[in-house]
Design a protein around this ligand. Structure first.
Ligand code: ATR
Length: 290
């Protein structure tokens, strides 16, 4: 690394997960830290499930300033933290930890990063009808933030019970009814003609399954905004289908970059150089470094 000086004053951040080898967060964050001339270093840590508690204690002991948390630890990490941001508590998942002089606080910048990506693309979800595909961790974060912002939600999932559970949690928190349906071509056709925004919060279409999509162009009307949270490949089959139908699309890269940028801002207290992070992410994904 050129122009990189690690001294006794250098602060540390990183990502914990298992696996973590494919994470491009170290590239994105270190590029941003270097650009800002901040005396921080961001490192990947592979942490096994059984070592999670020790890793979090170690964060305190070693005075690591911040961590991103990725699969499979986003939920399991919660009992080891001292405080939770309101949204992270409601979602029940943490992807960012800030160490404030030995007090560890958990945040969920997947949710706020998703919202920021929408807003950056000129889409305010307030009062909009949104169909969300999937009911896993990503969907939960997205449905909570959209409900908070006043969107009207409908969740479609292959496993209906998981969709019901996700919807019930949102309803309990925001007192807002969330509809659910089983994912099928028929239900997609019905609901997409109602929707303003479609969010794919499943992993369908992710590399190496780049030819897969749950929704094809015949189901998409040109006014629909399509947000695919999959960022590898940079343009998914779903996005291509949506573009073919004349629809505006937002890719998962924007969410990835914003969840990183919002974590960066929490750790450093500085505005993140979002464009630098985006360029670095694109470079890494195009090179296949993940
Ligand atoms: P994440 O944390 O990324 O959301 P997850 O919790 O494993 O990951 O959730 C993955 C989501 O993608 C789930 O909603 C899953 O559907 P099920 O709940 O029925 O398992 C959905 N998913 C994955 N592969 C799918 C496929 N081939 N068709 C439809 N849905 C799929």
């Amino acid at each position: 690394m050129e122009n990189w000086h690690i001294s006794g004053k250098t602060k540390f951040c990183g990502v914990i997960g298992d696996p973590v080898e494919h994470s491009i967060s170290p590239l994105i964050h270190n590029a941003a830290l270097r650009k800002m001339g901040l005396d921080y270093l961001y490192l990947p840590f592979r942490v096994k499930i059984e070592d999670l508690g020790k890793a979090i204690e170690g964060m305190k002991a070693l005075n690591i300033k911040g961590l991103n948390v990725t699969l499979p630890h986003k939920v399991a990490v919660i009992p080891f933290l001292d405080e939770l941001d309101h949204l992270a508590e409601k979602i029940g998942a943490v992807n960012t930890i800030v160490n404030n002089d030995g007090v560890l606080k958990g945040y969920n910048t997947d949710a706020t990063g998703f919202l920021q990506a929408l807003l950056e693309n000129g889409v305010d979800p307030k009062g909009r009808r949104v169909v969300i595909l999937g009911a896993g961790g990503a969907s939960r974060a997205i449905s909570f933030i959209l409900a908070r912002e006043g969107a009207d939600l409908l969740i479609l999932n292959r496993t209906l019970d998981k969709a019901k559970e996700c919807a019930a949690r949102v309803s309990r928190t925001f007192g807002k009814k969330v509809k659910v349906l089983k994912l099928s071509k028929e239900n997609l056709a019905k609901t997409l003609s109602w929707a303003d925004i479609l969010v794919n919060a499943t992993s369908v279409g992710m590399s190496p399954n780049v030819g897969e999509t749950l929704v094809t162009s015949d189901l998409i009307e040109s006014g629909l905004i399509v947000f695919d949270i999959v960022y590898n490949p940079l343009k998914t089959k779903l996005q291509r289908e949506a573009e073919y139908a004349g629809s505006e699309t937002i890719g998962g890269l924007d969410m990835l970059v914003w969840q990183g940028a919002l974590a960066f801002e929490r750790w450093t207290g500085r505005k993140a150089p979002v464009e630098v992070m985006r360029e670095e992410a694109i470079k890494a994904l195009e090179k296949g470094e993940n």
